[in-house]
Design a protein around this ligand. Structure first.
Ligand code: 13P
Length: 251
């Protein structure tokens, strides 16, 4: 069965002191074992400090982005191996903010996913429709296009180590959460895309997180849906009570 996976995407928030304080609190409150899989994704400059604090705890470490090349003249970029080197197990790829503000295409996300997998990282690949697309009744078509472009080129071996995050853009940072039914509909559609492209066994095993205004008070309903296997949490992951409130709400 799929294990629930709750990941905190801190985005460009917190300073070193606040990051360290938050992780210390998380490590202390989670204790030696967790019922659900957990990860925090701090800004890259704090990865190493956070790695030292989560070592030996059930909290995994993830980065928020990376470049697909292994090394070279790519000023400002980080390679997959560098992320592994500082203790990352996960990397968020293709977040809508990267697609929107930094022009990342499906092709970029696909290349990054392949490179992350080759380095032994688990990519958390994000996709989701904008409000105008949903209102035009194009949600499934948009998500399917992103699935084809960012994921479907991966081999059956590769896809099994991917986490998918469905994040409707209109629900991110807006307080406007998708209803459990709206989210479940897309998650179920994604699972059938996985089944069609790969097979039923693979589709059953892949963790699909929901992201977009997940909070402790709406998490139980979302995570109670059959195809929602976890959450990618922005704002609420910036406090221990928010993040663990969501983790504890998992069925
Ligand atoms: P919020 O939880 O702040 O809406 O952000 C969601 C998100 O983008 C996680 O990657």
């Amino acid at each position: 069965m799929r294990r629930t996976f709750i990941a905190g995407n801190w985005k460009m928030n917190l300073d070193r002191q606040a990051a360290v304080a938050l992780v210390r609190e998380l490590v202390e409150q989670v204790g030696p074992q967790s019922r659900v899989d957990l990860a925090v994704c701090p800004p890259a400059v704090y990865l190493e400090a956070v790695a030292g604090l989560v070592a030996g705890s059930p909290i995994g470490l993830g980065a928020q982005n990376m470049y697909h090349e292994t090394s070279g003249a790519f000023t400002g970029e980080l390679s997959p191996a560098m992320l592994v080197d500082v203790g990352c197990r996960y990397v968020i790829l293709g977040h809508s903010e990267r697609r929107q503000y930094f022009g990342e295409s499906n092709e970029d996300v696909f290349r990054k996913a392949q490179a992350a997998l080759a380095a032994g990282l688990t990519p958390i690949v994000c996709l989701g429709e904008r409000l105008d697309e949903r209102e035009a009744g194009r949600t499934r078509e948009v998500v399917e296009g992103q699935f084809r472009g960012s994921l479907a080129g991966l081999s059956a071996d590769e896809i099994q180590n991917v986490v998918i995050a469905y994040e409707p853009v209109w629900a991110i940072g807006t307080g406007k959460v998708a209803t459990p039914e709206q989210a479940e509909e897309v998650h179920a559609a994604l699972r059938s895309m996985l089944e069609n492209r790969y097979n039923a066994g693979i589709a059953e095993r892949i963790v699909i997180q929901y992201g977009g205004s997940v909070k402790p008070d709406n998490a139980a309903q979302l995570l109670g849906q059959p195809n929602i296997d976890g959450a990618l949490v922005g704002g609420a992951s910036l406090t221990a009570s928010g993040f663990l409130g969501i983790a504890n709400a998992a069925p």
